[in-house]
Write a protein that binds this ligand. Sequence first.
Ligand code: ZN
Length: 405
Amino acid sequence: MQRQTATYLVLVVLAVYLLWPSAPPSPLRPSLVPAASPAALRRSLSAARVIEMATQSPLYNVRVPDTPGHAAAKAWLMAQLRQIDGFELTVHEFVDDTPLGRKAFANLIASSAPDAPRRIVLGAHYDSKLFDGFEFRGAIDSAVPCAMLLELAAGLSPLLPSAPPDLGFDIVLFDGEEAFVDWTATDSIYGARALAAKWAAEDRLARIELFTLIDLIGTGRHVFHDAHPASSGVFNRLADIEAAGRAAGWISDYQTPSYFRRGPSRMTVEDDHIPFLRRNVPVLHLIPVPFPSSWHTHADSASALEPKPIADILGILAEWLHSLVRPAARRNLRPRRPAHGMTKDEFLARIGRECDQYADAFESWDELFSLRGLDMKKRNIPVRQRRWILRKTEMYRQQHEPSDD
Ligand SMILES: [Zn+2]
């Protein structure tokens, strides 16, 4: 019986594999069946595969911008990103002056639903820091974060056809994060500065609901701080997922009491998020502070990597991303009943930002709480108000009073 069941399962898996209507899966991933639940998505991701990608591929080259090792790492990353269905690759090339002369750079951007008005950016840098005297591979800085983004994107890929149509992801692998000599405003984050300026000129920054940056993940203690008020809600959501994961037993024993340290923190670090933060983009920066002791030393290598924190953090991010792609809560939640007889017009007036000008676009209180972003777009509500209304109705469901801040 067991053997028959196993045979049957093999046949089903084979049939799904053969009949799946997308391009052939990457050789790194055996299956591209959509993960129906957050747990299924989490379980489909592999820290071992992340470590393999980060350390057994050209990504592990010394990859200082404008060198052959960098070119090979870039070509490998581009090939990986092109294999992930549902994402379109854009290569943002530019040149800039550095203390070591003029250099060529390239940010790699893989976008799902490129025209969708709500964007979630997931970023990490793929260049490595130049050191004289030893070959710096930057396993945690940031080969592993890049490989984590590849793994997350591949896991999300089969879910994208059923994602909210107004939501898109931008996986951004930044070039030129590291200083060539010493970290200054002009000798660092070359790629992030260029991309933030480009997207500002293209009026794309207002579409970014959250700019998430991961860095220095893979060894040592990982304590993440809630350093940016605009992303505090998401930070606490990640802390909630971690707490639930500990209770359910899928978070390892690697680190106690937690990776995500709740409570506002002033612990800010300069990194690729800065040019976006300065342009008022909401930023979530997941970098361990204090930094691991191997940071910017020869010890930041493959042999120091630990699968447990990579698996734990990958799992937390996977469950969060699943909730964005499959927002069951939004679909299943009935609108919270209006308190004190509040009308939809009063609600829209109280949340400010001129949302009350669009009161007539909603026929009822229930419609105010059930329309998705794309429906609001069809009713000519501008993106700024759409985002604010979606945010404020969700907050109201969570028992926050309507307010204009
Ligand atoms: Zn670094």
